[in-house]
Write a protein that binds this ligand. Structure first.
Ligand code: C2O
Ligand code: CU
Length: 449
């Protein structure tokens, strides 16, 4: 058994030497403590909320029982001063993370997140491992984290003015020439897409959200949407004492959102030591069978946005509904689900499913060449992506949503109700009480794109 104490509390967060902001932390640090376990371990987290507001913890990517998932569908938020004991088994090797599922644009922006690394039986041998949690924050003129902003930020999501790795804007990674490093990378940012490149180096991708790929592959750059993880090998091919910056390349998220410049994320400093003899790359072999979709249930999940002019806000919807007024999608245990996720807006949305890994079948009709297990996939503006998954058990209420925190907060979240194979289908609620958009008197609603 692996037992961890996590306390959410306000504390100072040092972004760089001498630069502190008021933050929300787990155990006083940002990120919170990295939880490291092995497949088969039972993880117990004794959680205490010392914040002045309610919160929960969600275990992003872990296949936990529904009651442990930390979303508002399954748990009343832990009140200030309250406690909750999370307990579940670690079933999959990979890189995961934890964060609240309440008031995400504030609580996560202010520092509530941490990494989880679960190890299996065939971990590659490397010289060094790093866990890199990417983030950004928006500092206001007083140097503090800005409260949620206006319409533009609600629409595009917050891309901060300060980029962070492991809670620092000035992180330096040491590397010895010739060595082999393994990086567990997590994107914990509100809305920023990180498109990582390390000039003069390449990455070998070992795994993604749900663990190792069937075969690793080499690439010059890797894109992480909010919520995404990637497991990389980095060969230290630089010269002793040289430095190189890990960069994020421009990425256009549509509707004028995203980045247009190359920005530095952290500094890699080679030590002066003589180069190590180069290692042969460890080979990962992790066969993944493609999900058989022959008898699948097919659904369309449409993402769109409407401009609620009367209330001066954007509403982001799934199948025409805005959270919390949503009709659950029903799925039976053992039944294969094929979801065509249609982005009817001109802006990218990183789609995340709780509780179950899926495989990407195709993007705009182009079959996906690699098989992998994912819990987060980018749906580019005006694109469609088909995914397949099969609930293997764990009945209950799950969430699926865009991982841009301002979009979740403005409605882009749905419920998935997993029921027993032979259960009577629960009666569908009559369509939700009209969402704020429809209810608005003198509305001037229009759909973009
Ligand atoms: Cu990190 Cu509901 O997700
Ligand atoms: Cu979105």
């Amino acid at each position: 058994m692996l037992e961890v104490q996590l306390d959410a509390r306000e504390d100072d967060w040092e972004l760089s030497r001498g630069q502190r902001v008021r933050a929300m932390t787990y155990n006083g640090t940002v990120p919170g403590p990295t939880i490291e376990g092995r497949v088969g371990d039972t993880l117990v987290v004794n959680f205490t909320n010392h914040l002045r507001e309610p919160t929960t913890i969600h275990w992003h990517g872990l296949r936990v029982p529904a009651a442990m998932d930390g979303s508002e569908a399954v748990q009343t938020a832990v009140p200030p001063g309250g406690r909750f004991r999370y307990q579940f088994q670690l079933t999959d090797a990979g890189t995961f993370w934890y964060h609240p599922h309440t008031d995400e644009p504030v609580q996560m922006e202010r520092g509530l997140y941490g990494a989880i690394v679960v190890r299996g039986n065939s971990e590659p041998t490397v010289d060094h491992e790093q866990t890199l949690v990417l983030d950004d924050v928006r500092l206001d003129t007083t140097g503090q984290i800005a409260p949620p902003g206006g319409l533009l930020e609600q629409h595009s999501g917050r891309e901060g003015n300060t980029r962070l790795v492991n809670g620092r804007s000035d992180l330096t990674l040491r590397m010895r020439a010739g060595e082999l490093q393994r990086w567990h990378v997590i994107n914990a940012a509100s809305a920023r897409y990180f498109r990582l490149a390390l000039p003069g180096h390449s990455f070998v991708v070992l795994g993604t959200d749900g663990g190792f790929l069937p075969q690793s592959y080499r690439t010059a750059e890797v894109l992480l949407t909010p919520g995404d993880r990637v497991d990389l090998l980095v060969e230290a091919t630089g010269a002793p004492s040289s430095t190189v910056a890990l960069q994020t390349l421009p990425y256009d998220r549509g509707h004028g959102a995203g980045t247009t410049e190359i920005e530095d994320v952290l500094r890699v400093q080679y030590t002066a030591e003589p180069p190590l003899p180069r290692r042969t790359l460890p080979q990962i072999v992790n066969p993944i069978a493609r999900i058989d979709t022959q008898n699948a249930v097919h659904r369309t999940i449409t993402l769109d946005e409407v401009d609620d002019v009367a209330h001066q806000r954007m509403v982001f919807r799934i199948n025409g509904e805005a959270h919390p007024n949503v009709t659950p999608v029903i799925a039976r245990i053992g039944e294969t689900q094929v979801w065509e996720i249609v982005n009817a807006s001109g802006m990218d949305h990183p789609f995340h499913l709780h509780g179950f890994f899926f495989q990407v079948l195709d993007r705009n009709g182009e079959p996906e060449s690699r098989v992998s297990w994912e819990d987060t996939v980018n749906i580019p503006g005006n694109a469609r992506v088909r995914i397949a998954f099969r609930p293997e058990g764990r009945p209950g209420m799950w969430m699926f949503h865009c991982h841009i925190l301002e979009h979740v907060a403005n409605g882009m979240m749905g419920h998935l109700q997993v029921i027993a194979a032979d259960a009577v289908e629960p009666p569908q609620r009559s369509p939700a009480p009209a969402s704020p958009v429809q209810a608005a008197p003198h509305q001037h609603t229009h759909v973009h794109g």
